[in-house]
Each structure stands twice: as C-alpha cells, then as structure tokens.
Design a protein around this ligand. Structure first.
Ligand SMILES: Nc1ncnc2c1ncn2[C@@H]1O[C@H](COP(=O)(O)OP(=O)(O)OP(=O)(O)O)[C@@H](O)[C@H]1O
Length: 623
C-alpha cells in the first residue's frame, strides 16, 4: 500500500509540475487515458476477475456515469463536481439491480450471466436514444467546468482527476484482495458451491463486488465524459468498452490487483503508438494477436510472469530501450518505451514458460502414513441431527421418501445402500446443497430445512465430496485457511493460516502446505477435503465416499485419519461401500434402498438382516 501511495504521489507530481518539466499536454492526455482504462479494467476485475463472473456490461456503468455528468452539466447547468457522486450512486443502484436479479437466481452463472450483463448496456443505449430528456441520441457537449486554479491547465486538471479515480480504484482492488472479501471471491471463482458449503456467504460477497465495480465504473465514466467533451451513445455504451476491459484484465492477469493495471498500460500505449503511425485499422489485429499469444502462453496473465522474473524483464526493457535510445534511428521516446515494455513482456513470458515446465511434479504414488493414535471414541450423547419424514423428488424420481432418522453426538454412522439408493441425496439435503420436497431437518436444535448452505455450515455441519473439489488457485494451506476464516469463528487469513497447519497435520498433509492442489494425488486430495471440512469446526462431518478409488494401503491410511477425526469429538456420517472399512469404524449402520430406510442399527445386527443381505450386501458390497 505504501508503494501504491508513493507511485500515486510521483504521478500526481508529474501532473502538477508538467509545465516545469516540459511535459507536452499530449503526454498528459495520454496519461489521462491510461488512468481511465486502469480504473475501468480494475473496476471490471473486482467482480469478473476475482469471482469469475464474466461481465460484458462494463459499458453500462461508463454510459450511465458519462451521461449523468454530460446531461446535468451540459443541459441543466449543474456543477461538474456535484454530478460525480450522483453518477456513483446511480451506477451503484444499477449494479445492485443487476446483482439482485443475477445472484438471487443461482442459475445465472457462466454464459447466462455474461449474456444478461451484455443486454444491460443495449437497453440503456436504446433508452438514451429514445428519450429526449437524455439527449435523444444527438450527443451532449460538456461545458468546461470551474475548477480550483492550483490544478493548472485544463489538461493538468483532467489528468489529475483521472489519476485520482484510477488510484482509488486500484486501492479498492488492493484492499479487497487483502481482505476476507478477497479470499471469499477467490473461493467463489474456484468453486462457488464448495465455498458456500464451507460457510462463505457467497451472495453477500458477490453483491459487494458488483456494487464496488459499478460505483468505480460510474465515477470513471463521469470523468471520462469530461475527457471526451462530447458524449454520444456510441462512445460510451459501445462494445469497445467491455471488449477492451476484458482484454486488459485477461492480458494483465485477473487474480491480482495489479494485473489490469499492467494490461491497461500496455494496451493503451501500444494503441496510441499504432495510431500515431496511421495503423489504426491494424489495432484490432495487433491486440487480438497479442491476446491470443498471451492466453496460450501465459493464461495467468502477464503480471504473474513479470513478478516471477522481475529482473530479467527489467533487463529486457533496459536493453531494448537503451539500444533504441542510443542508436536513435527510429521513432521517439514513447516508441522506445513501448518497445521496451513489449520486450520485458516477451522475456517474462519466455523465461516464465521455461521455469514453470521445470517445476517437478509432487511424488504421486507415495502414501504419507498416518500413525495410529491411542485414543477413545467419544461417548454417545444427545441427538444432534433430526430428520423427520424427509422426502426429495426430482420430477418423477423419488430419490428419498419418508426418511426419519436421528444422529446422536459421538456416533460414527456408516450410510450404505445400492447405487441410486439416495445416499448422496441425503448428504446434499443435510448440507443444504438441495432442499427437501417434504419434511424437516434440525441440527443441534436449529431448523436448517430452508437455510442456505453457509448458514448450515455455521450451525456446525461440514461435508466432503466424492470427487474432491479443492480451490485450485489456492495453496493447500489456504484451502484449509479459507474454511477456518468463514467457519463458526470468523477471522482473517493471517490469523487462519497458522491454525490451518494443525488441521493439515491431522491428515498428514502439512509437508504439502505450500503446494497447489493440482500437484496432489487422489488420496492426498481426499485428505485435503477432510482437513478443509474439519477446519470449519463442525459438530457433524459428512464424508461422501471419501475412500473411493484408493488402493488398500491408502484406504488403511484414510481409515486412521477418519478415526482420528472421530476421536477428536466430531460426529461422522460416512457413505462407504467397503464393508471392512465400516467394520473397523462404524458405531451404527443405516441402510437405504430405493430412497427408503431399509435398516438402522448396530453393524452386527444390520449386516445379518436378511432384507439387507438381499437388497445390498449380496450384490454390491466389496471387502
Ligand atoms: N439432480 C438430480 N436430478 C434428477 N435425479 C437425481 C438427481 N440427483 C439424484 N437423482 C436421482 O436420485 C436417485 C438417488 O441418487 P443418489 O445419487 O442420491 O444415490 P446414491 O445412493 O448416492 O448413489 P451412488 O452410490 O451411485 O452415488 C437416483 O435415482 C438418481 O438418479
């Protein structure tokens, strides 16, 4: 943050002392344009980069912001500075509306969300064209605003204003990335359903991101109106704006607050140079080619590559800029700067590619043996989970029918049944992934039947998935830390990280804390699922086929881990087909068959029940 402040002060000084430094007003206009695009790309990235909700609607905020300022100053004589907060409020409300529609309906994700956001600027543009009280499509000229004299010339004033907006946008992106909101949005980006089940209130964080994005986009749009002087529907609601911010965000890198800044600086300056050589019509070809190359070679974006190889990139810049400067046979200073930046980008990409391919894969076949620990299972206590007449229908399919079941504190229940008998459906109902068609579910006295998954997590219920679903862009440690942060005792990432180590040690994954989940084998990924689930401090843990696909040594290891977790006092329900596992672990067995409860009792009695043998054990079980 300090470095950000220093950079801002240096750039502001450049604007204030531009005449003394002999900086031509052309440079101030260019820098103002760079600042506008930094603000827009950063605003877009707050939602789309961090959370993965790809928006094509950035022009809506630019348009509403620009038109608010243009119409009020140009037609109603309102002072410019009054229009900026109004633009912020209007765009904040617009974002609130889009978010409320898109995020309340969980299905509006991916391309459906993108299409919705694409439609919004079209509607607003049509409204501006039709409505004479806006400008009826004629365009609106802005008067020169009154501004304090110490800002100097109008170009200096414009630049300093654009710089201030860009600095605020970048500061907001920095603060979001380094707060709980940043972790929440990254988790949503990687897997929203898992984030919700781990206690992340996903709706709230998406709303925060979209409103922040709207407000910043609108304020920058308002300042943009002043920069262009004449606002038309085409100039502010056009497709160029979303396309440019997307290219800038993707090119620079969407997961870091500086990514869009890198993308905006490179693209705006490159575009300016192409225009200066009369190559405007080749703009799209150059930008498209650069984007295609970068997406193929550096999908995480340019900033990540520059960060990995800062000195080599700097050397590339200095060599190219220096040679062009000394030879002085082509172009001018700005050309040499842009050539230097392209060289730095190229060096970072080429060297970064080599380095990433040299990273050794994690040992994929080893089992990190978990020691058997002496300990006692917890005493069986009060009823923790009560299911009453629970049913779940998918159209005509009765996945579950009239299930009434109590789970007591301290139990380790084996949930078994043939394929399609409703085991996963029951786990989904308990964790809130789906809602029952009929019946009620209570956990620790709370009715959770209609609660969203993150509230169920806070009541004390955690789950794992049959196919592990780690947050791929986070380290193993941060996967677990995220669950702690949004668990029953909220805390910051800094506080959660040391605690995550303890849970990783429980599942013998602590030595892989810094690795990315992509480097783990299946067994390790399943252990990570368990570590992440217990990190949310559950009273009840649901393990959905947590041992599926493991070899015998890995199964034995996983059994020891499950026992450890149980002995720590957590009640467990484990969906499992392996009878030898259930024999070792379960205190009670519940059998489902075609969505109904077939048997429920101690393992010996249930497994010798003729109905169970007929329906399940004789056909399905493995030993
Ligand atoms: N989202 C869904 N839409 C429609 N039908 C579903 C859905 N989810 C589950 N079902 C149906 O509900 C029934 C129970 O499925 P469920 O996955 O709960 O069984 P299961 O016992 O977990 O099976 P398996 O052991 O194969 O995982 C099946 O007939 C399945 O096809």
């Amino acid at each position: 943050m300090k470095r950000l402040l220093v950079a801002f002060l240096v750039l502001a000084a450049l604007g204030v002392f531009a005449p003394d430094l002999g900086l031509a007003s052309f440079y101030l206009i260019l820098l103002g344009s760079v600042c506008f695009w930094i603000a827009q790309a950063t605003s877009w990235n707050l939602l789309s980069g961090y959370s993965g909700y790809f928006s094509f609607g950035q022009a809506a905020y630019v348009g509403v912001g620009a038109y608010t300022t243009a119409v009020l100053t140009g037609r109603h004589g309102v002072g410019f500075f009054w229009t900026v907060p109004l633009a912020a409020v209007l765009c904040g409300l617009l974002a609130l509306g889009i978010g409320a529609v898109a995020f309340r309906l969980g299905s509006l994700r991916g391309e459906i969300f993108a299409l919705l956001t694409l439609a919004v600027p079209f509607i607003l543009a049509a409204f501006a064209r039709i409505n004479r009280s806006v400008d009826g499509g004629q365009g609106t000229t802005l008067p020169l605003p009154d501004y304090p004299e110490f800002f100097g010339t109008f170009q200096q004033f414009q630049y300093l204003l654009a710089l201030a907006v860009a600095a605020v946008a970048v500061a907001v992106a920095f603060l979001v990335q380094h707060s709980r909101a940043g972790s929440a949005l990254t988790a949503i980006h990687d897997n929203e359903d898992v984030a919700e089940v781990l206690g992340v209130p996903t709706f709230r964080y998406k709303m925060i991101a979209i409103v922040a994005s709207g407000v910043l986009g609108g304020v920058a749009g308002s300042v943009y109106a002043l920069q262009i002087g004449f606002v038309t529907v085409e100039s502010v609601f056009g497709l160029t704006i979303p396309l440019f911010v997307i290219v800038m965000g993707v090119l620079g890198g969407r997961s870091h607050w500086l990514g869009p800044v890198v993308g905006a600086v490179l693209i705006v300056t490159l575009q300016d140079r192409l225009s200066s050589y009369g190559l405007d019509e080749y703009n799209a070809i150059f930008l498209g080619a650069i984007l295609a190359i970068l997406v193929a070679t550096a999908p995480a974006g340019l900033y990540a590559r520059l960060r990995a190889r800062p000195w080599a990139a700097l050397a590339g810049f200095v060599v190219v800029f220096g040679v062009l400067y000394i030879l002085n046979v082509w172009g001018e200073t700005l050309d040499w700067l842009v050539a230097g930046m392209l060289a730095a980008a190229l060096v970072a990409i080429v060297l970064g590619t080599r380095r990433s391919s040299a990273v050794p894969a994690a040992a994929r076949s080893t089992v990190d043996v978990v020691e058997e620990e002496p300990g006692e299972p917890p005493a069986i206590g009060e009823v923790l989970v009560e299911c009453r007449s629970v049913a779940k229908y998918y159209g005509g399919v009765h996945a579950l029918e009239d299930i009434s079941l109590d789970i007591r504190a301290g139990e380790l229940i084996g949930l078994v049944g043939p394929n399609g008998s409703g085991k996963t459906t029951l786990v989904n109902l308990l964790s809130g992934a789906t809602r029952p068609t009929k019946g009620t579910i209570r956990v620790d006295g709370h009715d959770i039947t209609r609660l969203p998954p993150h509230r169920i997590a806070h009541v004390g219920l955690a789950r794992t998935y049959q196919i592990p679903k780690p947050f791929d862009s986070m380290t193993v440690r941060d996967n677990v830390a995220t669950a702690i942060m949004f668990g029953r005792t909220p805390m910051s990432l800094r506080q959660a990280r040391p605690l995550a180590e303890r849970h990783l040690a429980t599942v013998a994954l602590d030595h892989l804390a810094d690795a990315r989940p992509g480097r783990l084998n299946l067994h390790q990924r399943q252990l990570l699922e368990m570590a992440r689930a217990i990190a949310s401090d559950p009273k009840v843990l649901l393990l959905d086929e947590a041992l599926a696909g493991l070899n015998p040594a890995e199964v034995d290891n996983a059994v020891r881990v499950v026992r450890r977790i149980h002995h720590s006092g957590i009640t467990i329900v484990i969906v499992e087909h392996l009878l030898r596992v259930l024999n070792q672990l379960a205190t009670r067995i519940v059998v489902l068959d075609r969505g109904t409860l077939l048997a429920d009792g101690d393992p010996q009695t249930v497994m010798s029940d003729p109905a169970v043998v007929r329906a399940y054990l004789g056909k399905q079980a493995h030993v």
